[in-house]
Design a protein around this ligand. Structure first.
Ligand code: GLP
Length: 251
């Protein structure tokens, strides 16, 4: 794992977008990017919208979608992506799991095949405060492929801010599995705020365990984690020094 700790929170999105843009340019725009939802990538998408980068050959594939919400539903991840990125940036093709399906297991299998056929060159990730990535909650097997998952209460509560009330937050989602995510050639994870500090420490310094799904990333050969000081606050002093120095070098 490699990591950077930025000085100011606003630099987090700029740095993460720059890394993403470097990869798009390195591959002349011919690549597949895995995208995430939630608040973590919001600043990155804002940077992307402001830029005039040609993404007409870039394919995107999202991590997850709530079960029971149609693509047009205001809180669906389809709508989230449209609002924050797809309305402003033209991609070759963009994919998300279909959440309003009669057979979510079949949709999971279809999506798994699709992701593997596309092959993800760079996967953007956030992390949940309980260490989940995509919607792989604690206890999920490291071997899991795209599947139907029941959201934990803490995840539903954390995501309630996007809905009117807790009851409106769906109980289930279709998510790429941990093994699906691990197939990505490169992974770029962004985390900010003290809310993520414990999960970040466990992911980077704890033992690899299904109790903290993000620890599987320790086994990936090419992971870059971009943190603000608050998210990095529980890391060892040595890890903090390394992360700050990496940012100084990058600047
Ligand atoms: C959500 C998403 C994840 C996201 C995580 C953190 O439930 N499914 O992809 O990374 O939880 O969310 P946030 O960035 O809003 O803190």
């Amino acid at each position: 794992m490699k990591w950077m700790i930025v000085e100011k929170a606003e630099e987090l999105a700029q740095v993460t977008y720059q890394l993403l843009k470097n990869e798009i340019e390195r591959q002349d725009g011919n690549l597949t990017i895995g995208l995430a939802t939630g608040s973590s990538p919001l600043g990155v998408y804002e940077e992307w919208r402001k830029d005039s980068l040609d993404c007409s050959n870039v394919t995107t594939v999202n991590l997850d979608e709530y079960i029971g919400l149609s693509p047009e539903h205001p809180q669906s991840y389809h709508t989230f992506m449209k609002t924050h990125l797809f309305d402003a940036v033209t991609f070759k093709q963009s994919y998300l799991p279909i959440g309003d399906t009669d057979d979510a297991n079949q949709e999971s299998e279809r999506y798994e095949r699709l992701v593997r056929e596309l092959g993800v060159d760079l996967q953007l990730l956030g992390i949940g405060s309980n260490g989940h990535i995509a919607f792989n909650e604690p206890g999920t097997s490291f071997d899991a492929t795209t599947h139907v998952t029941e959201l934990t209460e803490s995840t539903r509560e954390a995501n309630q801010r996007f809905f009117d009330q807790l009851e409106d937050v769906p109980s289930h989602a279709i998510t790429m599995g941990l093994s699906t995510i691990m197939e990505a050639k490169k992974i770029l994870l962004v985390a900010s705020s003290a809310r993520k500090a414990e999960a970040v420490r466990d992911m980077m310094e704890g033992p690899a365990t299904i109790d903290c799904p993000a620890t599987i990333l320790q086994r990936h050969a090419d992971v870059m984690i971009v943190l603000d000081e608050e998210a990095a606050s529980l890391l060892s002093e040595e890890a903090k020094r390394t992360g700050r120095a990496a940012y100084e070098n990058f600047k």
